[in-house]
Design a protein around this ligand. Sequence first.
Ligand code: ADP
Ligand code: MG
Length: 396
Amino acid sequence: MSNIVEDELSRPSVFKDESKLSIDYVPENLPHRERELKQLARTFRMVLEKPGSSQRVIIIGNVGTGKTALAKNFGNQISAIANKKGINLSYIHINCRRERTSFTILNRVVKTLNPKIPRRGFSTEELLQILKEILEERNIHVILTLDELDFLLKREGEQLLYSLIRLFDEQLNVAQRLSLIGIMRNEILFRHLDPSVISSLQQNIIRLKEYSAAQLETILSERAKEAFHMGTITIEEIRFIAEIAAMKGDARYALEILWRAGKIADARNKTRVSPEHIREAKAGIYPVVRREVLQELPFQHKVLLLAISRTLTEDRAYITTSETEKTYRVICEEYNIRPRKHTQFWEYLKELEKQGIITTKISGVGMKGKTTLISLQDIPTSILEQEILNLLGGIK
Ligand code: ADP
Ligand code: MG
């Protein structure tokens, strides 16, 4: 009995360093994105050479085309170079899906620059002014990346983008201290932006194409070298994964299959990843509730999803909101957190629906009164519960 943990920990694994496959890891090399990296470098060259000038860039591409990796990799490199040259430059990367509102986005930016700023009590307008003052006082240039900008635009429109673009533009002859990189998925949403916003970005649009099977193969090989022990996975298996993922051209999907296949090999006590593990890994990925979608949900949303997955037992297609709210309260107690009010609960529910994770409908005949019914169409409830528990385990 006492050896269970020790045995488990000393069991060999196909992984040398699993974290190299995690979503937040930024690889030092980005094969097949050299051209785009060069384009970013050319664009921002002026910011380094002529302090007081700024740039705006937009990166557009589908899921898993390397937008985030490209921006972060560039950010790391340009900060290091600026540092070496003694230029006061800071790269800040904000995920608009995680931060959700203009206010929280700005708060995060300001906090990154000055952790001592009190958290509450400012309006968005005031935060913009504070940001401007910090940049001027500290004589610093910030390259701010707004990643997953689609979410902010759909929620609040383009006001924040507009304000940020104009932050230093209103006065003549002042140093431009804020450069922007916007990252978006949706080309149509981009084309509907205000013409003044578009025209200020027009010069610098980087479009990332989906990766081909051959490109995914190099990407996977490089990542596998870092993550797996030698000999635990061969080029045959890597090619197999690349071909599967090439249907979508999505590197994230490819890496997720690779990672899951390794986990399955470990769970089966195998010393190598086999094609069968890959097939199994592929079958275990539910598109709407991919690892990163769930991971990026705010804590309260995760708790609510857990409540939904627990209320929805195997033989039920729909559950009511009131029974879900009851389970939600029990779980809050379990986790020792304060349950949110009904209106807030309702808002979380709507957001989960907007993200396509759950569906809701109004009850029809056969039920007393009208009530909203919740359903889960795209993933077995037991699997969702397990995934959420894994994530909450880390946060608690
Ligand atoms: P996007 O932001 O476009 O959805 P990401 O930048 O998150 O895509 O990329 C998805 C995953 O694939 C990340 O883990 C990233 O590190 C990896 N990735 C994407 N492109 C490359 C590349 N060219 N080389 C190595 N890894 C890559
Ligand atoms: Mg991204």
